[in-house]
Structures are given as structure tokens and as C-alpha cells.
Design a protein around this ligand. Structure first.
Ligand code: CA
Ligand code: CA
Length: 592
């Protein structure tokens, strides 16, 4: 304590008090501590994932296996307008307000107890935006007195939580080159961290960290090997922050310049290791015969040091991808107890390619890998020693240049389909059961390669495809996955593909939604269905729960859409009876 020496320390004390008023954790503002503690504090939900580690577990237990049958709606609010389509957003709750994003880059602030709309923002979108997979948004971020979200024309905007007044606006990239923003940003020690969509257009994936209070860039990190990262000073200076990897080490010729590896889904952040875990999309183009090599850092989990923006480690789930197996699935921190009984600070990932991976989250070392879907054609297994897949060579789509007319390579049937064993819908982990709850899908595709040349702003695939169901009675399947044994503890089949996320609770429950419109509660241990509610449109978003003045509340967004109706081939036809919508529902226990 140095308070009693001269005049300066008093100034210091005054500054501390001002900063407490502005950024303290007491009430109106969201502090760094609020964000780091989000998983444990039940009175608010201030991050995507109910905690930056992404477990989507709430310790709340008032709604439990015994009481859940008394769960009733409190209010519902429509997003209104003619703009519906897919609603993939996770709401946030803070200081009596709910902040929820909607399709077409809209943001709503709602009184959490009454459902009264406080303000809304509708982004004016230009013609010619190119979101690959519907006009979705997965949620906002909260920091200080701000609510921040990304738009389909690749801008990042920050508003005052109380008034909806725009505080800052930054262009992340050119929408005309295929860029868009759809993920919920993550706040890491005062930085707002986001990625970029556009891998289907050859856009280079990257991670950006900005000062959350001003929107000014702090560092960037490209996710294609060979590209330079940068650091930015408060004075606007820009300095080189090192090349990602080694140019041409995993890419031939100039292909790394349009290499894809988009960073379009939500990230997680682990304070134990100070690492941001970023999932990366497919290498571009899809036709793998044009780009021999591993094509780093596509289809990977990339761990980035939050302070320096440097890559600490990477783990590539699908080296030299030929199936559009974007490795964007969230990497969820948890304590893994190996068969030797030792606990490892690990992370789990249910990859689009159909395998579930457990890695040491400090160094990226593979600890376990096993299928979480029934049919995988592209690889027979993952070699636990080398960490690499054992490919089934004949199940890679053929090289078009080997065909007689050099126009269409040999078509193969692949499973999973490119929409994946799991897609954007986030899983949950319960420390009580030790199980991951994975909204999975069983489907396949006919896929073939074609010649393709890069053209800015045009689809850069070099592939054709048709998605097909594998079973008559279901595509979706909610699975409880044991990360130690690799076994499925239980499963619940669902006719339509599952596209919403999961929530696990201290009440021994797992909540998830279905495209058929139901929000369901099931027993986390047995998978027994205990409660369901029809929300009026398909649920393709993850539920949340929190404590409001001593009562446990639950919320989920409803509104069918996303990639399935747009890209689903035969599956899209099979589920074309589903209706669009756009609303948020809130529930609590009925008072008898
Ligand atoms: Ca919280
Ligand atoms: Ca992709």
C-alpha cells in the first residue's frame, strides 16, 4: 500500500474509483471478471456457451428431473417483420435485460421478466451479401455497457445496452469478396475476438482481436499457412506479427493465397492456458486434387495465445480435406480422466468429419478419438499415436483430370455428408455425468470433383454433391458421449436433422430443440424424455438458463432455417414441411 506518499497516489486512487464505476462488476456493466466467472454465476448469462470454455452447463437445479414437468411459458416475443429464416442465436441475459440477435443482422433488447421490447436494431444490408448458409446470426457479446455483434456484410457493431445507441462500428472485410459474420464474438481480457466466413469463396480465414471499448484492431492472425499476422498500436501503427507457419510447407504454388480455412463459428477461450480455440473451415477449393499436402490450418483446432495473437498449437482433424469437413466445431474445455485415473486439462470436439476428439488443451496432443456417428466412409479410424486419420483412399472423390473428358472425377458416396456428423449446433458437457451431449446427424452424400479456377467473389468449390438420408426414420440423433470410453451412453433419434444446441444443468437435465419445433428436457443420465413444448417453428438454436430473483428461467429462440433447407439435397425435400418463424420463448416453473 503506497497511498500515503505525496499527491500522486491520491490521483491513482481517484482513477481506480472511476474505473470501478465504469467497468466494475457490481451491477450495470459487464466486467472481465463477470465474463471469466460466467459459468459459475447463475444470475446472468454474459457469454456464448455459458462461460468462455463453452461447456453450456448451468449448476442451477430448481428445474430438475422431478420438477421439470411443471415448466410453463412466461412470455414469447416475435422478431416480427417479413424477415424470418434461420434463427441460430443464443440469448444473453444481464441486469434485467435479454439481448438476442435474429436473422438478417437484427438485435433486440428485451425486459427479461415481462418480454417487453426495449429497443431493436435492424441493420441495413446491401444487395449482394453472400452468406453461404442462410442469413443467420449466432449471438452477441457483452462488455462494459456495450452489446456487440457481427453482421452479414462483415461489420462489427457496438451499442449501449441501455439505449441501443450505436457506440462504434468497424468494417471487418469486403462483403463483395464473400465475407460475412455469423458467429457470436468472444470477449477475452477486454478484447473482442471474431473470425470471418467465406471459405466457399476462397476467402482467407483469420482471427481478429479488437479493443472491445473502441473497436480498434489489436492483432490479427490468419488461419492459412503462409499468411502474415499483424499487431496494431493505439496510435494506429501496424507491425508484422509473424507468418502463420511456413509458406508453401503444406500448400503447393500459390494456392495458399486463396486457401479458405474460414473461422465462421463461435470460438472458446480457456483462462487456464490463456488460449483462444478457433475452429477452421475447409481448404479451398473443395477439389482436393488441386492442392496436394495437408493444407494447414484448414479443418483444424487452432490454439491462439490471447496476448500475442500467435499460434500456440494446432490439431488438424481432416488433413487434406476432400469432403468439406469444416473443423469449426467448438473445442470445449473439461477435465478428462484417462483410463489410468490421471486428470488432464483437456478439450473435447465433435468434428464435422464424424469423429470425437479429446486433446490436451495445453499442447494439442491427442488423447482419444472415436466415432460419434454410425457411418464414416472417409477414414477407418484415427491413429492415436500419430494423431492422423487412417484414410480409405478409394472413398476420396476422384480426380477430374483423370477422367476421359477431364470434366468430372469419379463420384463416391461419403458419410457423413458435408453438413457433418455435427455442424454449428453446440454440444454441452455435464461435469456431473462426465458426458458430452452432442446433437448429431446421420446422413451421407454423393460427391464428385470438377475443374475450377479462382474468381473473386464467386463460389470456389470444384465439386458437386447431393445429400441423402441414411435411414428412413431419422437423421438427427441426440447422443450422450463418454469421452473416456468412447461409448454412447444413450441416444434419442429425431426425424429431421438436429440443428440446435444443447444445455446441461445441475438439475440432471439436458435441454435441446428440434426442427419439428419442440424444446425438450431429458434425463442427463438415462436420456428419458421428461418434458417438451411446441415453440411454433423449428428450433436451431441453443437454450440457456439463469436465476431471476430466485426463480430458474429458461430461454430458447425458435425459427427454422440454416444450411439444411438451402444445401440439404434430398434431405431438404424431406423436411420441406417445416415452417419458418422467429421468436424467443422464456419458461419457468408453474407456481401452484
Ligand atoms: Ca453467469
Ligand atoms: Ca465449408
Amino acid at each position: 500500500m503506497k497511498q500515503r506518499v505525496g499527491v500522486e497516489p491520491r490521483v491513482g486512487v481517484a482513477i481506480v474509483m472511476v474505473s470501478l464505476l465504469a467497468w466494475g462488476s457490481a451491477s450495470a456493466v459487464v466486467s472481465d471478471a463477470d465474463i471469466l466467472n460466467d459459468a459459475r454465476t447463475t444470475h446472468d448469462v454474459v457469454t456464448a456457451g455459458l462461460g468462455t470454455q463453452g461447456q453450456r452447463f448451468s449448476p442451477l437445479a430448481k428445474i430438475n428431473t422431478k420438477t421439470v414437468k411443471g415448466l410453463v411459458p412466461v412470455w414469447s416475443m416475435s422478431f416480427g417483420g417479413e424477415k424470418q429464416r434461420g434463427q441460430e442465436s443464443q440469448p444473453l441475459v444481464h441486469n434485467g435485460k435479454m439481448f438476442v440477435t435474429a436473422s438478417y443482422s437484427r438485435l433486440f433488447a428485451i425486459d427479461v421478466k415481462t418480454g417487453r421490447k426495449l429497443w431493436k436494431y435492424e441493420h441495413r444490408l446491401p444487395d449482394g451479401i453472400m452468406p453461404c448458409c442462410d442469413v443467420v446470426n449466432r449471438g452477441a457479446a457483452l462488455y462494459g455497457n456495450l452489446v456487440i455483434f457481427g453482421t452479414l456484410d462483415a461489420q462489427l457493431l457496438a451499442f449501449e445496452q441501455d439505449t441501443g445507441k450505436l457506440v462504434w462500428k468497424e468494417k471487418v472485410d469486403e462483403y463483395s469478396a464473400g465475407h460475412s459474420l455469423s458467429a457470436a464474438p468472444v470477449i477475452v481480457k477486454g478484447l473482442v475476438v471474431t473470425g470471418i466466413s467465406g471459405g466457399e469463396f476462397g476467402a482467407i480465414g483469420r482471427v481478429e482481436a479488437r479493443d472491445a471499448k473502441t473497436g480498434k484492431l489489436v492483432w490479427t492472425r490468419p488461419t492459412v499457412e503462409g499468411h502474415m499476422g499483424y499487431r496494431y498500436g493505439a496510435d494506429g501503427s501496424k507491425t508484422e506479427g509473424g507468418v502463420s507457419g511456413v509458406t508453401n510447407a503444406s500448400w503447393p504454388g500459390d494456392l495458399w493465397k486463396t486457401g479458405g480455412a474460414a473461422t465462421w463459428n463461435n470460438f472458446t477461450y480457456d483462462p487456464d492456458t490463456n488460449l483462444i480455440f478457433v475452429g477452421t473451415g475447409n481448404p479451398a477449393p473443395w477439389n482436393s486434387h488441386l492442392r496436394p499436402g495437408d493444407n494447414l490450418y484448414s479443418c483444424s483446432t487452432v490454439a491462439i495465445d490471447a496476448d500475442t495473437g500467435k499460434i500456440a498449437w494446432h490439431y488438424q482433424t481432416t488433413p487434406h480435406d476432400g469432403w468439406d469437413f469444416d473443423g469449426v466445431n467448438e473445442f470445449v474445455a473439461f477435465d478428462w480422466k484417462g483410463k489410468d485415473g490421471k486428470t488432464v486439462k483437456a478439450g473435447g470436439k465433435a468434428d464435422r468429419n464424424g469423429f470425437f476428439y479429446v486433446l490436451d488443451r495445453g499442447n494439442g496432443k491427442l488423447l482419444n478419438a472415436f466415432p460419434f456417428v454410425n457411418k464414416i466412409t472417409w477414414a477407418s479410424s484415427i491413429d492415436l499415436k500419430t494423431g492422423r486419420p487412417v484414410y480409405v483412399a478409394e472413398n476420396r472423390p476422384g480426380d477430374p483430370s483423370a477422367a476421359a473428358d477431364a470434366k468430372k472425377g469419379q463420384s463416391v458416396f461419403s458419410a457423413p455428408s458435408f453438413l457433418g456428423g455435427k455442424n454449428q449446433q453446440p454440444m454441452a458437457f455435464s461435469p456431473q455425468t462426465g458426458l458430452f451431449y452432442v446433437p448429431a446427424n446421420e446422413w451421407g452424400m454423393e460427391i464428385w470433383n470438377e475443374p475450377v479456377v479462382y474468381k473473386k467473389g464467386a463460389a470456389y468449390l470444384g465439386a458437386g454433391f447431393t445429400i441423402k438420408p441414411l435411414h428412413d426414420d431419422y437423421i438427427g440423433v441426440m447422443r450422450a458421449v463418454d469421452p473416456v470410453s468412447g461409448k454412447i451412453a444413450w441416444e434419442i433419434k429425431n426425424y429431421a436433422p438436429l440443428w440446435g444446441g444443447a444445455l446441461a444443468t445441475g438439475g440432471g437435465l439436458v435441454f435441446y430443440g428440434t426442427p419439428e419445433g419442440h424444446l425438450k428436457a431429458v434425463d442427463a443420465k438415462s436420456g428419458k424424455e421428461l418434458w417438451q413444448f411446441q415453440t411454433g417453428s423449428g428450433v436451431v438454436a441453443p437454450p440457456i438458463t439463469w436465476d431471476q430473483d430466485g426463480e430458474q428461467y429458461l430461454a430458447v429462440v425458435s425459427g427454422w432455417g440454416g444450411a439444411v433447407p438451402l444445401w440439404g439435397g434430398d434431405v431438404a425435400k424431406r423436411v420441406n414441411f417445416l415452417e419458418q418463424g422467429g421468436s424467443v420463448w422464456v419458461f419457468k416453473l408453474h407456481k401452484s
